[in-house]
Design a protein around this ligand. Structure first.
Ligand code: SF4
Ligand code: SF4
Length: 451
């Protein structure tokens, strides 16, 4: 809006507007007249007393919060993500990592120990409430089962009275013994990939033998549900499966009890490179219908870049010293740069192990730290800026190359879904005005696209 930074008037059609002031935590529907009067009132030029009273009541005059944070100095992470292996027991058609297409690599206990020691020592020194040990990577972590269980047992023993929070991403194809262990040991929860309707899931997530994996994943979810164990579900949507998304969401929520349900269009990376694009208007329409169905179960779907309620300059941990170890022990900031062979490893790798600890490339790290959305000129003027925070940098590199960030088709999806979230919040607050009364608190973000 002219003369007012970070207050946006978003046209809704028929001369109606959605006014959104993310840093004030305010959104309301407005007429063209109100939008025209706002800059003057905000500048203190008097104007219509009714408008002035509304502006005072709305919170638009409160001090805007600053969501910008930046790490400084030598990295001292208190959480480590171990990329245990690039091996996988599935052959998903859209796998970004093309897992199984290249010789598998496996982390050793020594590599895991060095990372665990480092974060536990940092957590103690910093007085952190816990240390984090998480499992992720370009393969299925549970395939490297001995290391998964032994590294976490080591971490808990090494941490003594310091809490260790452990979480993992996984494909859900686990044995009962593995499920028992996860329920007991992964106290930070599990993020499962499950695409909804069994026929949809099986089409894209076959086992190495080419059979569907949905039965196994549903068994895991039933076991988690019965145990009251916290898990999230992530659905990846290919272009051809877009029309089935609402039914898939309904299937998941009527049969299982995930804490969160995330939906993302499949990326044209890895084995899905060159496949039809799913970042389309059809995706937005299907997402909206799916959200309508999810609301009946009390759920708000998650799309990683549309995060009303979260104000941040970081899309993910890449700009916040994410500390992930490859099977060789090198330090990557990005979950998709899980191996030295990744085409962007020179950008995301910022450390290597040595006998006396890690050596950090501070130039590489400072460059990553400087990639917050406040430094992306393309995002200036975008009303979703402080919710989206510039989206996934790895995908931006894959889409735009190494030049200046230039957005992607995801920007349109993000803005439409942010708009939906704001309108839903306004409707839920009586239909006129939504105020996010966080009293200046900035929400922490966790994992970008990897909830
Ligand atoms: S969200 Fe993107 S940039 Fe961030 S860790 Fe994941 S793949 Fe990397
Ligand atoms: S321009 Fe695109 S990437 Fe940048 S904040 Fe807006 S939606 Fe996100």
């Amino acid at each position: 809006m002219q003369g007012t930074s970070d207050i946006f008037a978003i046209p809704l059609g028929n001369e109606a507007y959605l006014v959104y002031a993310p840093l004030h935590g305010v959104a309301f529907a407005a007429s063209q007249g109100l939008v025209a009067a706002l800059p003057g009132v905000l500048a203190g030029d008097g104007g219509d007393e009714k408008v002035a009273a509304f502006v005072r009541e709305s919170g638009l005059l409160r001090e805007p919060v600053s969501p910008v944070t930046r790490h400084h100095g030598a990295p001292a992470p208190t959480e480590v993500t171990l990329f245990l292996t690039t091996a996988c027991n599935l052959r998903c058609t859209y796998c970004y990592a093309s897992a199984g297409d290249t010789p598998a690599t496996y982390m050793t206990m020594d590599v895991a120990k060095q990372g665990i020691d480092f974060v536990i020592d940092n957590a103690r020194r910093e007085g952190a409430p816990f240390a984090g040990v998480h499992f992720h990577g370009g393969g299925e972590p549970s395939v490297h089962w001995n290391l998964m269980t032994e590294s976490l047992a080591y971490a808990r023993e090494r941490a003594g009275d310091l809490d260790v929070i452990a979480a993992s991403a996984g494909n859900g194809v686990f044995t009962n013994r593995q499920i028992d262990w996860m329920i007991t040991n992964l106290n930070g929860g599990m993020s499962l990939s499950f695409d909804g309707l069994p026929e949809v899931h099986d089409r894209h997530r076959p086992t190495v033998r080419g059979t569907g994996s949905s039965e196994r994943v549903m068994h895991t979810m039933r076991r988690f549900t019965d145990a009251g164990y916290p898990y999230a579900v992530r659905l990846t949507v290919t272009a051809e499966q877009i029309p089935l998304l609402p039914d898939s969401i309904e299937f998941v929520l009527s049969n299982f009890t995930p804490k969160r349900v995330q939906v993302e269009p499949a990326y044209q990376l890895g084995r899905h490179e060159g496949e039809p694009d799913a970042e389309t208007e059809d995706f937005i329409a299907a997402y909206r219908e799916a959200q309508g169905r999810a609301a009946r179960f009390g759920h708000e779907l998650i799309y990683s870049a549309a995060r009303v309620g979260t104000l941040t300059n970081h899309f993910c941990g890449v700009t916040r010293d994410n500390f992930c170890l490859t099977p060789s022990g090198n330090v990557s900031a990005c979950f998709e740069a899980f191996s030295e062979d990744n085409q962007f490893s020179d950008i995301f790798f910022y450390g290597s192990p040595g006998p006396d600890g890690y050596t950090f490339d501070m130039n590489a790290l400072e460059r990553l730290r400087g990639l917050g959305v406040e430094n992306r000129s393309f995002c200036d003027g975008c009303f979703a800026k402080w919710n989206c925070a510039g989206d996934c940098y790895h995908k931006s590199l894959a889409a735009n190359g190494r030049g200046e960030f230039a957005g992607s088709q995801r920007c349109h999806i993000t803005r439409e879904l942010v708009k939906d979230q704001l309108l839903a919040r306004i409707a839920g607050s009586g239909g006129l005005l939504w105020r996010d009364d966080r009293d200046g608190e900035i929400c922490a973000v966790h994992g970008g696209d990897h909830e």
